[in-house]
Design a protein around this ligand. Structure first.
Ligand code: MFK
Length: 235
């Protein structure tokens, strides 16, 4: 989130052009993600690895011919969408992102469609790194307050790792557990390919003071808030 300090450097007026532009960014990230995975898993011999490293550096030089200074932030486009393309969990431009697709599944509920965590996300042998799991659940749980109109920053995220999560297909889900003004408590789980819960999470998401003026006054009930005409009581 930003306070509107990251206007799009390249607003696109033509929706077709925007779609094509975004598809090309997504394709580049997909290709580099494949490279990341194979960089971890490759067993080609040393001279071949050295040759590939030289080629990859040449490709980086091509991309740096025109690159933004610093992070992407949250961009707005002329089609009215917000874009967090650099996000390391869902960002379409980010090859580090698995990527996750988090969707609203009901009132105050969200879920991450099944996605694959491969060799690049390994912690314990054959299993997902605990910090990666925290990132995934931060994103899945963090989407829920946004769905109910209270997009907040993570104040805390408590995780209970019930069992190791095998690498491969995983999914996630989350829902509102309670709201209190600018604060939303969310619970959620990570599930393995068999649908077994491996990790449980509870997070508190708080609309930061600087963002409250852009939202309506909270009434305390998720999804039930006043129009964003005026700042909240303690903004
Ligand atoms: C489309 C969007 C999708 C988003 C998905 C994103 C998922 C990823 C989210 C992140 O990763 S965010 C990055 C990690 N989090 C941070 O960097 C947050 C750092 N902390 C802060 O910026 C501030 O501490 C915070 C915004 C959480 C609160 O600061 P504020 O100055 O805005 O509010 P304040 O300190 O007055 O606290 C507001 C309320 O929250 C309570 N609170 C804050 N931190 C708490 C805490 N840790 N535990 C319990 N309560 C807490 C605080 O007591 C108070 O309660 P009351 O209103 O009832 O008095």
């Amino acid at each position: 989130m930003t306070a509107g300090t990251y206007p799009s450097p390249e607003p696109v007026e033509d929706p077709e052009a925007l779609r094509a532009d975004e598809a090309a960014y997504r394709d580049l990230a997909d290709a580099v993600r494949e490279l990341l995975d194979l960089t971890v898993r490759t067993r080609v011999d040393q001279p071949e690895r050295a040759a590939v490293a030289t080629e990859v550096r040449a490709l980086s030089a091509r991309l740096s011919a025109r690159a933004q200074d610093g992070p992407l932030g949250l961009e707005t486009t002329s089609d009215g969408r917000l874009r967090d393309h650099g996000n390391p969990m869902v960002g379409m431009r980010n090859p580090v992102a698995p990527p996750l697709t988090v969707r609203q599944t009901g009132e105050g509920e969200a879920a991450a469609d099944p996605f694959v965590l491969g060799a690049a996300y390994e912690g314990p042998p054959g299993h997902v790194h605990g910090g990666i799991i925290a990132s995934v659940l931060d994103q899945v749980l963090g989407t829920v307050p946004a769905i109910v109109g209270r997009p907040g920053m993570t104040a805390y995220l408590n995780l209970t790792y019930r069992r190791p999560t095998p690498l491969g297909q995983v999914s996630g889900r989350a829902r509102v557990a309670g709201t209190d003004g600018w604060k939303t408590t969310v619970t959620g789980e990570l599930l393995d390919a068999d649908g077994q819960v491996t990790v449980e999470a509870e997070g508190l998401f708080v609309v930061p003071r600087w963002a409250r003026q852009y939202l309506g006054t909270p009434t305390g009930d998720a999804g039930d808030f006043e129009a964003p005409a005026e700042a909240g009581p303690d903004a």
